[in-house]
Design a protein around this ligand. Sequence first.
Ligand SMILES: Nc1nc2c(c(=O)[nH]1)N[C@H]1C(S)=C(S)[C@@H](COP(=O)(O)O)O[C@H]1N2
Ligand SMILES: [Mo]
Length: 264
Amino acid sequence: MSVIRSPSKSIFRPAAGIDQSVLEAHSDLIQDINRRKLLKGAISLGALTMLSGCDVSDDSEIRKALLAVSRWNDGVQEFIFRPNHLAPTFDASLVLKPPRYNAHYPIEEVKPVDVTGWKFELSGLVRDKKAWTADEIYRLPDQDMIIRHICVEGWDYIGQWSGVNLRSFLERIGADTTAKYLVFHCADGYVETLDMPSALHPQTMLATKYAGEIMTDPFGFPLRLRTSTKLGFKNAKWITAMEVTNQFTQTFFGKEGNNWFSGI
Ligand SMILES: Nc1nc2c(c(=O)[nH]1)N[C@H]1C(S)=C(S)[C@@H](COP(=O)(O)O)O[C@H]1N2
Ligand SMILES: [Mo]
C-alpha cells in the first residue's frame, strides 16, 4: 500500500487496502478540513468511514463524507471521540425555517400520518408496554435543543427540536437500559436502530416540535427521533413503534452499505 503524499501536512492516511489516489481525488476538501483544523491529529480513511457511515469502495460516498466533515463546525473532533460530551448548540437566529427535507424518496411522496388512531407501540425489554397516543406524549415534559443536522449526502442545517428526552422516557416505561439497542419502526416502512449509550445521551429525544411548533408532515409528524450525535439517517421520522432488544436488526441504510454506528 502506498503512503499519501506530504503526510506531514495531511491528517488523513488511508486505511489498509485503500489507494492514496482516492484521497488525492478529494484533496480540495481534505485541505479545507486541515486548514480549518476540523480534525486534530491523524485520522484514517477507515475511521472516517466509521464516523460518517460512508462506503469506501464508492468514490462519491467518500466525497459526501468529506463534505460532511468539512461543513461541520470546529468542535467536531473532540465530540466525535468523546461521545458523552454535549454536541454544540446554536443561537435561535440560526434556525432554518422550514427545515430541509430528506428521505429515501421525494417530499411529494410523503404520506402524512393520520394522528387519529395513531399510537406509539412499545415492545421488547420494557416493563410498561402500554401504547401512547400523541396527546399523552405532548403532556410529557419537553426538552428543547438547537443542533446541527448532518446528512451523508454532504449538507447540513441548524434545527430547533423539542420533545421528550429519550432517557427520561425509557426510565418512565421501565426499559432495560442495559439492553444493546433500540429499534424504531416508521409509518413509511423505514427501520432504524440506535445503540443504548446514544439513546441515553442527554441530547437525544423523541421530538414532536420544530421551532416551537408541532412539526409538519415531511419532518416526521407526529413523532421522530432527534439525536445530536448521529448522522441524519439515524433520526427515524414518523415513528410508530419502538423495541428494546439485544438482537441486532438490519436497517434500511445499513442494507445500502452505510456503517451502522454513524456517529458524528
Ligand atoms: N422514516 C424515515 N425516517 C428518515 C428517513 C426516511 O427515509 N424515512 N430518512 C433519513 C435521512 S437520510 C435524513 S437526512 C433525515 C432527514 O430529516 P429532515 O427531513 O428532518 O431533515 O431523516 C431520516 N429519517
Ligand atoms: Mo440523510
